[in-house]
Design a protein around this ligand. Sequence first.
Ligand SMILES: Nc1ncnc2c1ncn2[C@@H]1O[C@H](COP(=O)(O)OP(=O)(O)OP(=O)(O)O)[C@@H](O)[C@H]1O
Ligand SMILES: [Mg+2]
Length: 252
Amino acid sequence: MAKIISFGIQKGGAAKTTSSGIVAHLLSKKYKVLAVDLDSQGNLTELLTQQDIYDFHGRTVLEALMERDARPYIHPVTDTLHILTAEDLLATFPRYLYTEYRGNRSLVLRETLETVRDSYDYIIVDTPPALGDQTINALSASDAVVIMFETSKFCYSALGRFIETVGHVQDMVNPDLKIAGILRTIVDVRRSDARAFVELIEEEYPGMAFDTVITRKAATGRLTIHGFKENPELNQALEQYEGFVKELISRV
Ligand SMILES: Nc1ncnc2c1ncn2[C@@H]1O[C@H](COP(=O)(O)OP(=O)(O)OP(=O)(O)O)[C@@H](O)[C@H]1O
Ligand SMILES: [Mg+2]
């Protein structure tokens, strides 16, 4: 049965998509992986498929959620990496939840993934930059959450509130949810304030930060342009994440 792992933080641009996409790619070298794009921006869809998000119109995670069945909507990226895609219309998911849906609004993703959980080793969920219904559904469906921390004051402010939200989900719907850890990303090593934030996380949240710190690197940033196939700097882009994946597997 698949371990379900979400990547989240309500602050935008904290490498949720980059990290969840790289982790899904790296895990799929050894395991069977389903990536789930829960953000209507469709960035994970674009990153992993290198296709236009509208190519998947009408065959996305939104339709899967509305039917509570992932099976008809899974697209293969490779033999071992599959994806539930997203496009703009996923933004209508909350409207669907509050007007048509009659069950527990937090558990729709969990029910949707139940139908395919036995077919994968890992299910990796990318979430949008908000503490809204998609993020709550991701947390409610997950065994573990990786909390993204990009070294800025705004992300630092978001962190405590995200952890509080995880606590609410644990109390209300998913007592099995674990915080896998805090992943410090896009760290500009030349900046003293960034280095200070890296240390502050260890002091404020002892034992929670992953040892691996992901630094700002052009090759990793450019992954959005080149993707995972025929990318001459792929090894450089993924390098730091190899250690992180080892840590993640051992923690979940
Ligand atoms: N280690 C890195 N080095 C350099 N650039 C990076 C790195 N990680 C991510 N980026 C870049 O930072 C930007 C934000 O990353 P990404 O889209 O993964 O964040 P996100 O948290 O998913 O954003 P959103 O909140 O909009 O969903 C992207 O342009 C990405 O290419
Ligand atoms: Mg994103």
